[in-house]
Ligand binder design. Sequence first.
Ligand SMILES: [Zn+2]
Length: 110
Amino acid sequence: MWIKRKHEEVNFYLTQILSHHGNFGSYLCKIGKKEVAECRYCAEPNDTPEHTMFACPRCEQERCEARMTIGSNISADTFLKSATERRENFEAISKLAQNILEAKYSEEQG
Ligand SMILES: [Zn+2]
């Protein structure tokens, strides 16, 4: 159980997206925890952080919220730029990473 203050939690999740070291098929496969890197929610054969955050249909609802705050679509190529442009964008993207990764963890444990 992670008990941390809010801003530290946000960094914890966003760090996983940026470093690729987290609960992603691509990483788990690389470190030998999984035999295949495929996404557990859709047919994508390589579950990378970019796939989870910006492409996977499982996370469309969470993504939709972030898009409303940011006012445009977000992708692996543009999200860092958006995050540095406005504080609201940064918070929306951090929250998106947190919502998605928390959902992934809890679904895997349940
Ligand atoms: Zn997927």
